[in-house]
Write a protein that binds this ligand. Sequence first.
Ligand SMILES: Cc1cc2nc3c(=O)[nH]c(=O)nc-3n(C[C@H](O)[C@H](O)[C@H](O)COP(=O)(O)OP(=O)(O)OC[C@H]3O[C@@H](n4cnc5c(N)ncnc54)[C@H](O)[C@@H]3O)c2cc1C
Length: 418
Amino acid sequence: MTLPPLTRPTNAPTRTSATPTGLLPRRPQPRIAVVGGSLTGCTTALLLLHAGFDHVAIYEAAPDAMPRGGGLIGLEHPALDILDRLGIDQSEFVAYESETVWQVTVRARQPIHTTRQLYPGRNTTWTLLHTALTTRLPAGVLHTGRRVAALDVRNGQPVLTFGDGSREIADVVVFADGRASTGRRLLDPHRTLRYAGYTAHRGQTTTPDTPLRDFLRLEPSGCQYNVAPIPGGLDWTFYLTCSPTDYAHHFGAPPQRRTFALPHHVGPAAHAHVDEQAARLLPAPHAATVHATTIRMAAPVMDIDPPTRMAWPVGRGWAVLLGDALAPVRPHTARGANNGIEQAAGLTTALTQHHRHGADLPAALHAWQRRHLPTVVTAIQQGAAIVAHLGLGGTATSGRTPSGRAIPSTRAARREIR
Ligand SMILES: Cc1cc2nc3c(=O)[nH]c(=O)nc-3n(C[C@H](O)[C@H](O)[C@H](O)COP(=O)(O)OP(=O)(O)OC[C@H]3O[C@@H](n4cnc5c(N)ncnc54)[C@H](O)[C@@H]3O)c2cc1C
């Protein structure tokens, strides 16, 4: 991929010249504002703090940092290694150490073919990981109830404006504000979300005596059902084709507006519909699990055009997009949280090399983009390919990704993704 070089803002300070000893003087600490306090935002802030940046603040729109409906998340070795380096013991956020994924083809509600694959990573949950991250944030870093509404330049300085009209100055703004990102709308407005025509219905049971220890994927035709153990029960995801009208009927708003349906958005019609589909498509024990689940959520599967950049000069400062703010990828790729964590580590490296060793910041950010963009682009393209054989959202016959690219063979995509 060839990227245009990132140009330095015209009035930005130039590289500090070397001192007589050949060492670069320590630069003033930049003010770094992280927008979004979920997995990507909290990981970014912790990595920056560990690297010695003192002025790091997270602005999170939600009124508190409590779980907001996240479920099972598979983290690959690079992301696990980054968390290791933050001193977070894996036992804190990995409750079951299994690497096994059972892939089961189902017809007429009966398993007809089973294969075992190994996932190069471990499963966690949003809640376990988010708790492990936020408990390590020093007091005063995470500011909840602060929704960023705008980013402007005043006297050459990036300034964030919040929903209540208050403002904060920053030198670097890291947008980690998720799939409906305000940062993406401001910095890269042409890349809007498109509904892929199917929805991930999720549930968490309270059945602590479950014998399941591995990740189990069932594939009846036209849908997919994943289930795995979590502390205190099971976490399941049931992917079903769903028209935008039905989505709005089930969850109270269209998919582009309700990019996550939290438990209180899941009405009786959604509940009944998922139960009916489970009874029609899944083997009886799994249909019973779905039926017995009271805590339910949903996420519409969204597509977006691949990003071509991750950093923008804003006055004398910079703004960047990370994680789902940069590009939400289809959940089947199991790459969203991995992408955010890996990008956060790369960004920390670029800012550290600039701050500590005087590296040219535009060049460092350009190299960071160059390393991370291909992974995101690949995940976007593979997302549609992985489910093409199921026909979810009507992709079975099109042979094209939402951007019109030919879908690579499912077998090839599966080789790379669990
Ligand atoms: C069914 C399903 C299964 C998945 N499985 C996996 C998996 O196995 N592996 C994997 O890597 N990924 C997986 N993912 C994807 C993963 O969950 C996401 O990519 C990840 O949680 C995104 O984290 P984030 O911090 O970038 O964004 P989010 O978690 O969306 O967080 C964004 C935060 O920003 C806040 N915010 C939003 N707007 C503003 C604003 N204007 N001002 C301030 N704050 C704001 C929000 O309140 C939120 O807290 C899955 C997703 C789904 C739906």
